[in-house]
Design a protein around this ligand. Structure first.
Ligand code: GAL
Length: 707
């Protein structure tokens, strides 16, 4: 995304201080690239700051006479943006072909009056009853052949051409009406794409997709080794749409690619309509759900058609899991390798967890700042006010059903006023990492189809690599395995199970040109068809590594490990490595365990070209893993980005060409005092120069220093 430098003066009364700021986010999104249509005079969008706070607002659920009050309360809480309309189809098209968007226009104008910009949701996650009743084929069919019924959401069939036609029609109406609206800054397509359909037509589409991708049945039969269990296919329509986890792994992986392409084309229909009628300054996103880690489809591929990545960040039961949540932000930032939005987050509690406890006082604010620290340019709460009825009556909100602020409202207002104060400093900044963790949906799927150890959780393995990096005060990018890697000094690939020869060439080029690559367990076991690589792990990288995996073992008990990095244990998974090249170094070995592992290599490394490739074949205990990562960062000559910090304090760094921002968050319960490496401006405290900061529990400090 190109970042042009545009300066704009914020002079609304609520923007205290009347400071000129570079509108980083707006610029990133191209908000000001096109002429700012200004039929309405000074619009909300034309005054957008670089850091936005907002909420999901459902005007269709409330009498119009109440809207002004709602928006007044939002403005008072320093909200800049509302997302509206993503479930409003029955209000926008009350009967087939009869559209009513006047109320939406009035809602947007009312938001404008309160200097609040709008993200418009397309309502295609929740079709109206007239549609699904008259055209039941638009309803999805589940794995057991049952058609979904009305009254829930996500009941539509994503592959159904007729459903897509209705989507295109309603989106056409919306885009024609609001595509040039100066207060509409962007679009959200649908909502948290989730459920597939297993109806007969989708099955036929899958056959066609397979034919287009494999070209011949002979190729497909070979790539999937279908001679196994007599699976050999002699017709495309004999291939099942897999509704069964125990299908051939090649078929399962191909199905995931089909699902990805089907979501992408579902989304494309709407994007094409919006792009046809709307200003290019309006961004297009969709809110990824599934607590950040969902793998229903390949998020990188679906994000290719979006101008901005966004996700819904919920904690659910318990409290913020700092590393996990930080990693999810970093993962989402990787979808477009750019700053992103948190399109939804919980004000206090959710309603869908086993125990819907509320976040502690201050935790909601800490979460908002964590999002910003990791690259979010907007944080929106779900939702503004509790609907009187409907499935989510118990969910956290900023206002209660009676329209009065709930206790959390004041904490959110504080975040709003801080975002205002920090906006200028954060404009044009984004996280910049020296180290990347590779992530790939192919590998995620391939391992989860056959975990081998049911306790093997890839997210937890990823966090084993991520946590020590964050403890070393480093920014971490989590990127697709085939992303450009030249800018990284160190690349870690914890579970890169699928390594095709193309991907291997990409990784090898990185190493040869001076990169440091550490592969984790299970890497390179499979090729792009989910077939076993005959070289064994790490597949096409066995030759440059000068060694390989001889055998892998799911562990029921921990195994001792020792070597250059000290002593510890492996759990869950251990691979016995075989070293061939004389210039390979064994860094860790297994101690006495099942006999097969005893004395064998657990981690090896080799210099290749100007760089280094290493392979760690075990899931290690946290202390030993810390030392492995310390070895890797020191070998790659990576220095911490900040001075040492007390336990529980997180540091996030965003940089621009001119300056650096550090966001410090004390996630712990104990107050912390932090000595700064150099004097910095305390952004939330009038820009005073400070050399130390005190952070109470859930305390936040935003500091600016020269680049
Ligand atoms: C999200 C969803 C919202 C709302 C929220 C409640 O997954 O997108 O519409 O249901 O959950 O936590």
């Amino acid at each position: 995304m190109k970042k042009l430098k545009v300066r704009r003066v914020i002079h609304a009364k609520r923007r205290r201080g009347a400071i000129p700021i570079a509108v980083g986010l707006g610029i990133a999104l191209g908000l000001f690239a096109a002429k700012p249509a200004s039929v309405h005079g000074e619009t909300a969008a034309s005054k957008l700051p670089s850091l936005l706070l907002g909420a999901a607002w459902y005007p269709e659920q409330w009498p119009e006479s109440r809207w002004d009050k709602d928006l007044q309360l939002m403005e008072a809480a320093h909200l800049d943006v509302v997302r509206v309309g993503e479930f409003a189809w029955s209000s926008e098209e009350p009967s087939e072909g009869h559209y009513d968007l006047d109320w939406l226009e009035r809602a947007i104008r009312m938001a404008e009056k309160h200097h609040i910009a709008v993200v418009l949701g397309t309502p295609t996650d929740a079709p109206p009853a007239w549609l699904t009743t008259k055209y039941p084929e638009t309803l999805r069919v589940d794995e057991d052949g049952r058609r979904a019924q009305h009254g829930l959401r996500r009941q539509f069939n994503y592959a159904d051409p007729l459903y897509r036609k209705f989507c295109a029609q309603i989106v056409t109406q919306l885009a024609q009406r609001f595509g040039h609206d100066p207060d509409v800054i962007g679009w959200q397509i649908g909502n948290e794409y989730t459920d597939e359909s297993f109806d007969a037509d989708t099955r036929r589409q899958f056959d066609k997709w397979l034919a287009a991708h494999f070209h011949t049945l002979d190729a497909l039969n070979a790539d999937w080794t279908t001679a196994y269990w007599s699976q050999t296919y002699d017709r495309w329509d004999a291939i099942p749409l897999p509704d069964e986890a125990n299908e051939n792994p090649g078929l399962l992986l191909a199905y995931k690619h089909f699902v990805t392409d089907t979501w992408r084309s579902f989304q494309r229909v709407q994007i094409d309509v919006i792009r046809k009628y709307a200003d290019p300054r309006q961004f297009i996103t969709t809110n990824y759900g599934g607590l950040g880690w969902s793998d229903h489809f390949d998020h990188y591929i679906v994000a290719q058609d979006l101008s901005l990545a966004s996700w819904d960040d919920y904690v659910g039961e318990g409290h913020l899991k700092v590393a996990r949540n930080g990693a999810m932000h970093d993962l989402v930032r990787g979808f477009k390798r750019a700053n992103f939005w948190v399109m939804e987050t919980q004000p206090g509690s959710v309603n869908w967890a086993p125990v819907n406890n509320t976040l502690d006082r201050g935790e909601t604010r800490a979460m908002a700042w964590q999002a910003v620290g990791h690259g979010a340019d907007a944080v929106l709460y779900w939702q503004w006010r509790s609907a009187l009825n409907g499935q989510e009556q118990y969910h956290g909100s900023l206002l209660g059903p009676g329209g009065k602020p709930l206790p959390i409202y004041s904490e959110v207002s504080q975040v709003g006023s801080e975002f205002e104060r920090a906006g200028a400093a954060l404009a044009g900044t984004s996280p910049k990492a020296q180290v990347a963790i590779l992530h790939s949906y192919n590998s995620r799927w391939a391992i989860d189809f056959q975990r081998f150890n049911r306790n093997y959780h890839q997210l937890s393995v990823l966090l084993d690599y991520y946590r020590p990096l964050r403890q070393q005060r480093l920014t971490v990018d989590i990127v697709n395995a085939d992303a450009p890697l030249d800018s990284y000094k160190l690349v870690l690939a914890p579970d890169l199970n699928v390594i095709s020869s193309q991907l291997a060439a990409h990784l090898l080029a990185y190493v040869e040109q001076g990169g440091d690559l550490l592969l984790g367990p299970r890497s390179g076991m499979k090729n792009e068809y989910d077939a076993l690589n005959v070289q064994r792990q790490p597949g096409p990288l066995v030759a440059p590594l000068g060694g390989r995996v001889e055998e892998y073992y799911a562990l029921e008990t921990a195994v001792p490990v020792s070597g250059a990095m000290g002593v510890g244990t492996a759990a869950l998974w251990a691979e016995r490595l075989w070293v061939r090249a004389p210039d390979d170094t064994v860094l860790l070995r297994y101690g006495k365990s099942n006999g097969w592992l005893d004395g064998h290599a657990a981690m090896i490394t080799r210099r290749v070209g100007k760089g280094r490739i290493s392979y760690l074949g075990a899931v290690l205990d946290p202390a030993l893993m810390d030392r492995v990562i310390a070895w890797a960062t020191s070998d790659a000559k990576i220095k911490p980005e900040f001075a040492p910090l007390p336990d529980g304090v997180e540091v996030c760094r965003r940089v621009s060409a001119s300056h650096t921002i550090f966001v410090l968050i004390n996630h712990g319960a104990v107050p912390a005092e932090i000595q700064l490496p150099v004097a910095m401006k305390n952004v939330l405290d009038g820009g005073k120069n400070v050399t130390r900061v005190q952070l109470g529990a859930q305390g936040v400090s935003v500091l600016e220093s020269a680049r």
